[in-house]
Design a protein around this ligand. Structure first.
Ligand code: BGC
Length: 352
Protein backbone atom coordinates (compact mmCIF):
# COMPACT_ATOMS: atom_id res chain seq x y z
CA UNK A 1 0.00 0.00 0.00
CA UNK A 2 1.62 3.23 -1.07
CA UNK A 3 0.99 6.41 0.84
CA UNK A 4 1.98 9.49 -1.10
CA UNK A 5 1.91 13.10 -0.24
CA UNK A 6 2.53 15.98 -2.57
CA UNK A 7 2.90 19.33 -0.94
CA UNK A 8 2.34 22.16 -3.33
CA UNK A 9 3.94 25.48 -2.59
CA UNK A 10 2.25 28.56 -4.06
CA UNK A 11 5.57 30.15 -4.80
CA UNK A 12 9.11 29.35 -3.91
CA UNK A 13 9.73 33.03 -3.22
CA UNK A 14 7.08 33.11 -0.54
CA UNK A 15 7.79 29.57 0.60
CA UNK A 16 4.15 29.17 1.48
CA UNK A 17 2.60 25.75 1.26
CA UNK A 18 -0.85 26.04 -0.20
CA UNK A 19 -1.88 22.52 -1.01
CA UNK A 20 -1.73 18.97 0.13
CA UNK A 21 -2.64 16.10 -2.15
CA UNK A 22 -2.96 12.80 -0.39
CA UNK A 23 -2.18 9.31 -1.59
CA UNK A 24 -3.78 7.31 -4.29
CA UNK A 25 -4.35 3.83 -2.83
CA UNK A 26 -1.58 1.37 -3.64
CA UNK A 27 -3.79 -1.42 -4.92
CA UNK A 28 -1.10 -2.41 -7.34
CA UNK A 29 0.96 -5.22 -5.91
CA UNK A 30 1.21 -3.74 -2.43
CA UNK A 31 4.99 -3.47 -2.47
CA UNK A 32 5.40 0.22 -3.22
CA UNK A 33 7.67 0.55 -0.25
CA UNK A 34 10.11 -2.08 -1.54
CA UNK A 35 13.60 -0.66 -1.95
CA UNK A 36 14.00 -1.42 -5.68
CA UNK A 37 10.81 -0.24 -7.31
CA UNK A 38 10.04 -0.37 -11.00
CA UNK A 39 9.46 2.98 -12.72
CA UNK A 40 7.60 3.08 -16.06
CA UNK A 41 8.80 5.71 -18.54
CA UNK A 42 6.50 6.13 -21.53
CA UNK A 43 7.85 8.47 -24.20
CA UNK A 44 6.12 9.81 -27.29
CA UNK A 45 9.22 9.50 -29.42
CA UNK A 46 12.94 8.92 -29.38
CA UNK A 47 13.48 10.52 -32.78
CA UNK A 48 14.80 13.85 -31.59
CA UNK A 49 18.14 13.76 -29.82
CA UNK A 50 16.71 15.53 -26.79
CA UNK A 51 14.46 12.60 -25.90
CA UNK A 52 17.38 10.18 -26.06
CA UNK A 53 19.16 12.42 -23.57
CA UNK A 54 16.07 12.52 -21.38
CA UNK A 55 15.90 8.72 -21.38
CA UNK A 56 19.59 8.15 -20.70
CA UNK A 57 19.84 10.68 -17.88
CA UNK A 58 16.59 9.52 -16.31
CA UNK A 59 17.62 5.85 -16.35
CA UNK A 60 21.06 6.74 -15.01
CA UNK A 61 19.66 8.68 -12.02
CA UNK A 62 17.05 6.00 -11.32
CA UNK A 63 19.78 3.35 -11.29
CA UNK A 64 21.83 5.44 -8.84
CA UNK A 65 18.79 5.59 -6.57
CA UNK A 66 18.28 1.84 -6.89
CA UNK A 67 15.25 1.69 -9.19
CA UNK A 68 14.66 -0.18 -12.43
CA UNK A 69 13.11 1.64 -15.39
CA UNK A 70 10.89 0.13 -18.06
CA UNK A 71 11.27 2.54 -21.02
CA UNK A 72 8.85 2.50 -23.94
CA UNK A 73 8.58 4.76 -26.99
CA UNK A 74 5.33 5.19 -28.92
CA UNK A 75 6.79 6.53 -32.16
CA UNK A 76 4.22 9.29 -32.28
CA UNK A 77 1.26 6.90 -32.14
CA UNK A 78 -1.47 7.22 -29.49
CA UNK A 79 -2.62 3.59 -29.72
CA UNK A 80 0.96 2.45 -29.33
CA UNK A 81 1.40 4.68 -26.30
CA UNK A 82 -1.68 3.16 -24.64
CA UNK A 83 -0.28 -0.33 -25.31
CA UNK A 84 3.06 0.77 -23.87
CA UNK A 85 1.37 1.99 -20.70
CA UNK A 86 -0.57 -1.28 -20.43
CA UNK A 87 2.65 -3.25 -20.60
CA UNK A 88 4.35 -0.95 -18.06
CA UNK A 89 1.48 -1.49 -15.62
CA UNK A 90 1.44 -5.24 -16.24
CA UNK A 91 5.16 -5.35 -15.51
CA UNK A 92 4.34 -4.01 -12.03
CA UNK A 93 5.54 -0.40 -12.22
CA UNK A 94 4.92 1.53 -9.00
CA UNK A 95 4.82 4.89 -10.78
CA UNK A 96 4.20 5.97 -14.38
CA UNK A 97 6.18 8.80 -15.93
CA UNK A 98 4.71 9.86 -19.26
CA UNK A 99 5.65 12.32 -22.01
CA UNK A 100 2.42 12.13 -24.02
CA UNK A 101 2.21 12.23 -27.79
CA UNK A 102 -1.27 13.69 -27.44
CA UNK A 103 -1.87 15.51 -24.16
CA UNK A 104 -5.64 15.05 -24.39
CA UNK A 105 -5.71 11.42 -25.52
CA UNK A 106 -3.33 10.28 -22.78
CA UNK A 107 -5.81 11.17 -20.02
CA UNK A 108 -6.85 7.56 -20.64
CA UNK A 109 -3.37 6.32 -19.70
CA UNK A 110 -3.56 8.28 -16.44
CA UNK A 111 -6.93 6.71 -15.64
CA UNK A 112 -5.58 3.23 -16.41
CA UNK A 113 -2.69 3.78 -14.01
CA UNK A 114 -4.92 5.19 -11.29
CA UNK A 115 -7.25 2.19 -11.55
CA UNK A 116 -4.38 0.05 -10.30
CA UNK A 117 -3.20 2.59 -7.72
CA UNK A 118 -0.21 3.84 -9.70
CA UNK A 119 0.52 7.58 -9.52
CA UNK A 120 1.40 9.45 -12.71
CA UNK A 121 3.95 12.15 -13.46
CA UNK A 122 3.59 14.09 -16.73
CA UNK A 123 7.11 14.57 -17.98
CA UNK A 124 7.85 17.69 -20.04
CA UNK A 125 4.34 17.67 -21.59
CA UNK A 126 1.13 18.12 -19.66
CA UNK A 127 -1.68 15.55 -19.74
CA UNK A 128 -4.98 17.42 -19.88
CA UNK A 129 -8.34 16.93 -18.19
CA UNK A 130 -7.41 14.25 -15.68
CA UNK A 131 -6.36 13.78 -12.07
CA UNK A 132 -2.67 14.01 -12.81
CA UNK A 133 -0.40 13.69 -9.75
CA UNK A 134 2.59 15.80 -10.76
CA UNK A 135 3.80 17.81 -13.75
CA UNK A 136 7.48 18.31 -14.32
CA UNK A 137 8.58 20.54 -17.16
CA UNK A 138 10.34 23.69 -18.21
CA UNK A 139 8.65 27.06 -18.14
CA UNK A 140 7.19 26.63 -21.60
CA UNK A 141 5.51 29.98 -21.79
CA UNK A 142 8.89 31.56 -20.98
CA UNK A 143 10.37 29.62 -23.92
CA UNK A 144 7.82 31.21 -26.26
CA UNK A 145 8.31 34.64 -24.71
CA UNK A 146 12.08 34.45 -25.22
CA UNK A 147 11.60 33.42 -28.85
CA UNK A 148 9.14 36.27 -29.38
CA UNK A 149 11.39 38.75 -27.59
CA UNK A 150 14.28 37.72 -29.83
CA UNK A 151 12.20 38.68 -32.85
CA UNK A 152 11.12 41.92 -31.15
CA UNK A 153 14.77 42.77 -30.49
CA UNK A 154 15.51 42.47 -34.22
CA UNK A 155 12.92 44.86 -35.65
CA UNK A 156 14.34 47.09 -38.37
CA UNK A 157 15.99 50.13 -36.77
CA UNK A 158 14.35 52.58 -39.18
CA UNK A 159 10.87 51.91 -37.82
CA UNK A 160 10.05 49.64 -40.74
CA UNK A 161 8.21 46.36 -40.37
CA UNK A 162 9.62 42.89 -39.88
CA UNK A 163 8.09 40.24 -42.15
CA UNK A 164 7.70 37.01 -40.21
CA UNK A 165 7.04 33.35 -40.97
CA UNK A 166 5.65 31.57 -37.89
CA UNK A 167 6.00 27.80 -37.57
CA UNK A 168 4.28 26.30 -34.54
CA UNK A 169 4.78 22.77 -33.24
CA UNK A 170 2.48 19.75 -33.13
CA UNK A 171 -1.13 20.79 -32.49
CA UNK A 172 -1.53 17.67 -30.31
CA UNK A 173 1.23 18.81 -27.93
CA UNK A 174 0.16 21.14 -25.13
CA UNK A 175 3.69 22.54 -25.04
CA UNK A 176 3.34 23.76 -28.63
CA UNK A 177 0.32 25.79 -27.54
CA UNK A 178 2.20 27.16 -24.54
CA UNK A 179 5.12 28.18 -26.75
CA UNK A 180 2.70 30.00 -29.04
CA UNK A 181 0.98 31.68 -26.08
CA UNK A 182 4.35 32.98 -24.87
CA UNK A 183 5.27 34.19 -28.37
CA UNK A 184 1.89 35.91 -28.69
CA UNK A 185 2.42 37.82 -25.45
CA UNK A 186 5.36 39.64 -27.01
CA UNK A 187 4.38 39.65 -30.67
CA UNK A 188 0.64 40.28 -30.36
CA UNK A 189 0.97 44.04 -29.80
CA UNK A 190 3.67 44.33 -32.51
CA UNK A 191 1.48 42.51 -35.02
CA UNK A 192 -1.42 44.75 -34.09
CA UNK A 193 0.64 47.92 -34.49
CA UNK A 194 1.97 46.72 -37.86
CA UNK A 195 5.64 46.54 -36.79
CA UNK A 196 5.51 42.79 -37.42
CA UNK A 197 3.76 41.42 -40.47
CA UNK A 198 3.06 37.69 -40.44
CA UNK A 199 3.55 36.45 -44.03
CA UNK A 200 2.43 32.90 -43.15
CA UNK A 201 1.75 30.83 -40.07
CA UNK A 202 1.12 27.11 -39.70
CA UNK A 203 1.42 24.12 -37.35
CA UNK A 204 4.06 21.48 -38.10
CA UNK A 205 2.21 18.19 -37.54
CA UNK A 206 4.10 15.93 -35.14
CA UNK A 207 6.92 18.50 -35.03
CA UNK A 208 8.28 17.00 -38.26
CA UNK A 209 11.11 18.92 -39.97
CA UNK A 210 9.70 17.99 -43.37
CA UNK A 211 6.45 19.76 -42.47
CA UNK A 212 8.39 22.87 -41.47
CA UNK A 213 10.24 22.67 -44.76
CA UNK A 214 6.98 22.47 -46.67
CA UNK A 215 5.61 25.52 -44.79
CA UNK A 216 8.80 27.47 -45.54
CA UNK A 217 8.72 26.47 -49.21
CA UNK A 218 5.18 27.84 -49.39
CA UNK A 219 6.25 31.13 -47.75
CA UNK A 220 9.11 31.49 -50.23
CA UNK A 221 6.77 30.85 -53.14
CA UNK A 222 4.16 33.31 -51.84
CA UNK A 223 6.57 36.14 -51.08
CA UNK A 224 9.38 35.51 -53.55
CA UNK A 225 11.62 35.01 -50.50
CA UNK A 226 10.81 38.49 -49.19
CA UNK A 227 10.68 37.95 -45.44
CA UNK A 228 13.05 38.68 -42.59
CA UNK A 229 12.62 35.99 -39.97
CA UNK A 230 11.34 32.48 -39.27
CA UNK A 231 9.96 31.93 -35.80
CA UNK A 232 10.48 28.15 -35.67
CA UNK A 233 9.27 26.70 -32.39
CA UNK A 234 12.03 24.10 -31.98
CA UNK A 235 15.33 23.04 -33.51
CA UNK A 236 13.78 20.20 -35.52
CA UNK A 237 11.43 22.59 -37.30
CA UNK A 238 14.22 25.18 -37.59
CA UNK A 239 16.26 22.51 -39.38
CA UNK A 240 13.45 21.89 -41.87
CA UNK A 241 13.02 25.62 -42.47
CA UNK A 242 16.76 26.14 -42.95
CA UNK A 243 16.89 23.29 -45.47
CA UNK A 244 14.29 25.13 -47.50
CA UNK A 245 16.18 28.45 -47.12
CA UNK A 246 19.41 26.73 -48.21
CA UNK A 247 17.81 25.43 -51.36
CA UNK A 248 16.55 28.96 -52.15
CA UNK A 249 19.95 30.54 -51.42
CA UNK A 250 18.53 32.38 -48.41
CA UNK A 251 20.19 30.57 -45.47
CA UNK A 252 22.12 32.96 -43.25
CA UNK A 253 20.20 35.95 -44.63
CA UNK A 254 17.02 35.31 -42.63
CA UNK A 255 16.83 35.15 -38.83
CA UNK A 256 15.75 31.71 -37.56
CA UNK A 257 14.80 30.82 -33.98
CA UNK A 258 14.73 27.38 -32.37
CA UNK A 259 14.58 25.48 -29.10
CA UNK A 260 16.37 22.50 -27.45
CA UNK A 261 20.01 23.40 -28.18
CA UNK A 262 20.35 20.18 -30.17
CA UNK A 263 23.78 19.54 -31.64
CA UNK A 264 22.86 20.21 -35.29
CA UNK A 265 21.19 23.47 -34.22
CA UNK A 266 24.23 24.62 -32.25
CA UNK A 267 26.40 23.76 -35.24
CA UNK A 268 24.11 25.85 -37.43
CA UNK A 269 24.33 28.70 -34.93
CA UNK A 270 28.13 28.51 -35.06
CA UNK A 271 27.94 28.49 -38.86
CA UNK A 272 25.42 31.36 -38.97
CA UNK A 273 22.42 29.69 -40.61
CA UNK A 274 20.38 29.55 -37.37
CA UNK A 275 20.28 32.61 -35.14
CA UNK A 276 19.22 31.35 -31.72
CA UNK A 277 17.95 28.41 -29.75
CA UNK A 278 16.67 27.90 -26.23
CA UNK A 279 18.74 25.75 -23.92
CA UNK A 280 16.65 23.59 -21.62
CA UNK A 281 18.92 21.78 -19.15
CA UNK A 282 17.60 18.26 -19.76
CA UNK A 283 19.86 16.88 -17.07
CA UNK A 284 18.02 18.86 -14.40
CA UNK A 285 14.63 17.69 -15.66
CA UNK A 286 15.59 14.04 -16.09
CA UNK A 287 17.33 13.92 -12.72
CA UNK A 288 14.41 15.54 -10.90
CA UNK A 289 12.01 13.31 -12.84
CA UNK A 290 13.78 10.17 -11.67
CA UNK A 291 14.00 11.47 -8.10
CA UNK A 292 10.31 12.43 -8.01
CA UNK A 293 9.31 9.07 -9.50
CA UNK A 294 11.43 7.23 -6.96
CA UNK A 295 9.91 9.21 -4.09
CA UNK A 296 6.35 8.59 -5.27
CA UNK A 297 7.04 4.90 -5.76
CA UNK A 298 8.19 4.69 -2.15
CA UNK A 299 5.26 6.75 -0.86
CA UNK A 300 7.44 9.66 0.21
CA UNK A 301 6.23 13.28 0.23
CA UNK A 302 7.21 15.70 -2.51
CA UNK A 303 7.29 19.49 -2.62
CA UNK A 304 6.22 21.14 -5.87
CA UNK A 305 6.81 24.83 -6.49
CA UNK A 306 3.89 25.71 -8.75
CA UNK A 307 0.43 24.68 -9.85
CA UNK A 308 -0.74 24.29 -13.45
CA UNK A 309 -4.40 23.97 -14.42
CA UNK A 310 -4.84 20.99 -16.74
CA UNK A 311 -8.54 21.64 -17.36
CA UNK A 312 -9.66 19.40 -14.50
CA UNK A 313 -7.36 20.03 -11.54
CA UNK A 314 -4.51 22.33 -10.58
CA UNK A 315 -1.61 19.93 -10.93
CA UNK A 316 1.32 20.28 -8.50
CA UNK A 317 4.13 21.31 -10.83
CA UNK A 318 7.87 21.82 -11.00
CA UNK A 319 8.93 24.15 -13.83
CA UNK A 320 12.60 24.59 -14.66
CA UNK A 321 14.36 27.65 -16.07
CA UNK A 322 15.44 28.05 -19.71
CA UNK A 323 18.17 30.09 -21.41
CA UNK A 324 18.64 31.91 -24.74
CA UNK A 325 21.61 30.70 -26.79
CA UNK A 326 23.18 32.68 -29.65
CA UNK A 327 26.50 32.62 -31.46
CA UNK A 328 27.85 34.95 -28.74
CA UNK A 329 27.17 32.74 -25.75
CA UNK A 330 27.39 29.14 -27.06
CA UNK A 331 30.50 28.60 -24.98
CA UNK A 332 29.06 30.21 -21.85
CA UNK A 333 25.89 28.14 -21.92
CA UNK A 334 25.66 24.69 -23.51
CA UNK A 335 29.40 24.05 -23.67
CA UNK A 336 30.17 25.36 -20.18
CA UNK A 337 27.34 23.23 -18.81
CA UNK A 338 28.77 20.09 -20.44
CA UNK A 339 25.58 19.67 -22.49
CA UNK A 340 27.64 19.66 -25.71
CA UNK A 341 31.38 19.72 -26.19
CA UNK A 342 33.45 22.38 -27.94
CA UNK A 343 34.61 19.78 -30.48
CA UNK A 344 31.06 18.66 -31.20
CA UNK A 345 29.80 22.20 -31.80
CA UNK A 346 32.73 23.70 -33.67
CA UNK A 347 34.25 20.61 -35.27
CA UNK A 348 36.91 21.69 -37.70
CA UNK A 349 36.35 25.43 -37.15
CA UNK A 350 37.14 25.86 -33.42
CA UNK A 351 38.04 29.57 -33.52
CA UNK A 352 34.71 30.94 -34.56
C1 BGC B 1 9.26 19.70 -26.24
C2 BGC B 1 10.37 20.23 -27.12
C3 BGC B 1 10.55 19.33 -28.32
C4 BGC B 1 9.22 19.04 -28.99
C5 BGC B 1 9.36 18.00 -30.09
C6 BGC B 1 8.00 19.51 -27.04
O1 BGC B 1 6.98 19.04 -26.25
O2 BGC B 1 9.03 20.58 -25.15
O3 BGC B 1 11.56 20.32 -26.38
O4 BGC B 1 11.40 19.91 -29.26
O5 BGC B 1 8.30 18.58 -28.07
O6 BGC B 1 9.74 16.78 -29.58
Amino acid sequence: MSVRNILMAASLALSVLIGLVLSRGGAHGGTATSSKPLIGLSLDTLKEARWQKDRDLFVQRAAELGADVNVQSANGDDNQQIRNVESILTAGAKVLVIAPHDGVAMARAVEMAHKVGVPVIAYDRLVKNCDLDLYLSFDNEAVGQMQGQFIADHLPANGGKLRLLRIYGAPTDNNARQFKAGQDKVLGPLIESGRVQVVREDWAEDWKPENAKRITNAAITDTGGQFDAVLASNDGTAGGAIQSLLEAGLAGKILVTGQDAELPACQRIAAGTQTMTIYKPIKVLATKGAEAAFALALGKPLIASAGVDNGKVVVPSILEKVFVVTRDNLRDTVIKDGFLSEAEVYGATPNR
